[in-house]
Design a protein around this ligand. Sequence first.
Ligand code: GDP
Length: 315
Amino acid sequence: MANLKIDKSDKIYVAGHNGMVGSALVRGLQKRGYSNLLLRTRKELDLLNQGSVFSFLQKENPRYIFLAAAKVGGINANNTFRGQFIYENLAIETNIIHGAYLAGIKELNFLGSSCIYPRDCEQPMKEEYLLTGPLEPTNEPYAISKIAGIKMCESYNRQYSTHYVSSMPTNLYGPNDNYDLNTSHVLPALISKAHQAKVQEDKQLVVWGSGKPMREFLYVDDAADALIHMMENNLAEGIFNIGTGEEVTIRELAEIVMAVVGFKGEIVFDTNKPDGTPRKLLSVEKLKKLGWQAQTKLKEGIEKSYQDYLENHEN
Ligand code: GDP
């Protein structure tokens, strides 16, 4: 347990507040009355620059840090920009986590991803399965960087008595998602493709891979809610999965997206594209025992996301 309860006026730094998770965190914190959020755009603070990050944290000395800044993307981005994914994530993590320690900041929540678990992991994946087998090759550099972050938090807690926790969200989607088809995750990609197909009156929707892999999807405001729940309950160490505990095949996902968008063509599979890991369903028992559960059903979340796409991302 961390020492003191967080006060609504305590300074909370959201690293990566313009990203999908960071912006959901800002919405969630503001909704709950947290009034002292510390936010910096990429232009104002380069998280890859160690000196800038160290002096920023020293000067601002936030009470709590959400480390939601990361280089992220879908299967193609992870597989293509392998060097950038491992370097940028390691740099951001070491700069912020070590900088927090140097500045005497005791509480931090580090965000990772469900791809840290082994490719052929027993399902649903419990936190304790970390490092029990080889990783999925398409996102191994990203996963290694996130495992390093977890181990950094764990090691600093042990050596320096910090309270750095790690959160592993499943595939997230929602407002501020990335709809660039070359770098996006599957859910925003399918929303964009199904919408374009509808507008252009196409007959087909092209889905990558075999359609057989299974994935779990969590609406990003639910993920933010879990992260704030963790802070408010003073969780001080360990790994916590954040998910719904439910999964669908990529084919089923495409069918739901088509129904929401109102595109009636047929699905064709491009098997020249990789499937990635066959399944990655999180065990969400640990956070459930601590009183948190996802609220948004998949179809409802996709409806909200499609609305956001139409309002903010169609072009
Ligand atoms: P992953 O969860 O790390 O594998 O990342 P993605 O969300 O990018 O992909 C999940 C699954 O959806 C993979 O099996 C992809 O091949 C499949 N998929 C189907 N169509 C698409 C698409 O248009 N874009 C992406 N990114 N993935 C797709």
